[in-house]
Design a protein around this ligand. Structure first.
Ligand code: MN
Length: 202
C-alpha cells in the first residue's frame, strides 16, 4: 500500500517556521495588508508578525489561532499542506503530527487541514491538565464539532462551561466567543472538526 507522502508536513521545527513564514507573508500580501494592518486585524503585535514572517519565531498555538481568526481563515489553511487528488486515500497519524506546529499546552495534530473541496478542517487537540483557552469568535456561520476521545473536558458555549465526558460530542456555533478547558489531572484528547461556510476561506 502506498501512503501519501505529499501531505506530510515539514518534520523539523526550523522547516515548520519557514513554512509558516512563507504562508503568513503570502496571506498578508494577498490581502494587501501592511504589518500594521495585520497587527490590528489579529491582535498580534507587528513585531511578532514580522518575526514569524522572517522565520525567526516559533509562535504558540494560541498566537496562530489569533492570526487565523484575524485573517478570517482556518487555522490549518496557513499550515498549508499540499492538496491530494480527490481519488487518493489520505492516511494520517496523529501520533506523528502532535506538537506541530508548536509544542504548547495545547497540542494540535492536523489530521485533515482545511481544503475548500470539503469546507472543513479536522484536528486532534490535546489539552494538558490545567489548560484553559477562551477562543475568539470565528467568522459568521462557522460551526465546530468537539468529540472527546480520552479524558474529560469542558467547553464554553452560550456563556457557560459545559462538561464533556469521554465519548461525548457537541456541535456549536463558533461565531461567538467559546472556549475549552481541562481542569482534570489527566490530559484530555478530542477531535475538533471546524466547518466553514462555502467560499469563506481562500
Ligand atoms: Mn474555535
Amino acid at each position: 500500500m502506498h501512503r501519501s507522502s505529499e501531505s506530510t508536513p515539514p518534520s523539523n521545527p526550523q522547516d515548520v517556521n519557514l513554512h509558516l513564514a512563507g504562508q503568513l507573508r503570502q496571506l498578508r500580501l494577498g490581502r494587501g495588508w501592511s504589518l500594521d494592518q495585520a497587527a490590528q486585524a489579529t491582535g498580534v503585535s507587528k513585531a511578532m508578525l514580522g518575526q514569524i514572517e522572517r522565520g525567526e519565531s516559533s509562535p504558540t498555538v494560541a498566537t496562530l489561532w489569533k492570526i487565523a481568526t484575524g485573517f478570517g481563515c482556518a487555522l490549518t489553511s496557513f499550515l498549508g499542506m499540499p492538496v491530494a487528488p480527490m481519488a487518493q486515500a489520505v492516511f494520517r497519524d496523529a501520533a506523528q503530527l502532535r506538537s506541530k506546529p508548536a509544542t504548547d499546552d495545547m497540542l494540535v495534530a492536523t489530521l485533515f487541514p482545511y481544503d475548500p473541496r470539503f469546507a472543513f478542517e479536522l484536528m486532534e487537540l490535546t489539552l494538558q491538565p490545567g489548560y484553559v483557552r477562551q477562543s475568539e469568535a470565528h467568522a459568521a456561520g462557522v460551526t465546530e464539532h468537539v468529540i472527546v476521545l480520552r479524558g474529560k473536558m469542558d467547553v464554553w458555549i452560550d456563556g457557560a462551561w459545559q462538561a464533556l465526558v469521554e465519548g461525548a460530542a457537541v456541535r456549536f456555533s463558533a461565531d461567538q466567543p467559546h472556549g475549552y478547558r481541562n481542569l482534570h489531572a489527566e490530559p484530555a484528547v478530542c477531535h475538533d472538526l471546524i466547518h466553514y461556510p462555502s467560499g469563506m476561506v481562500r
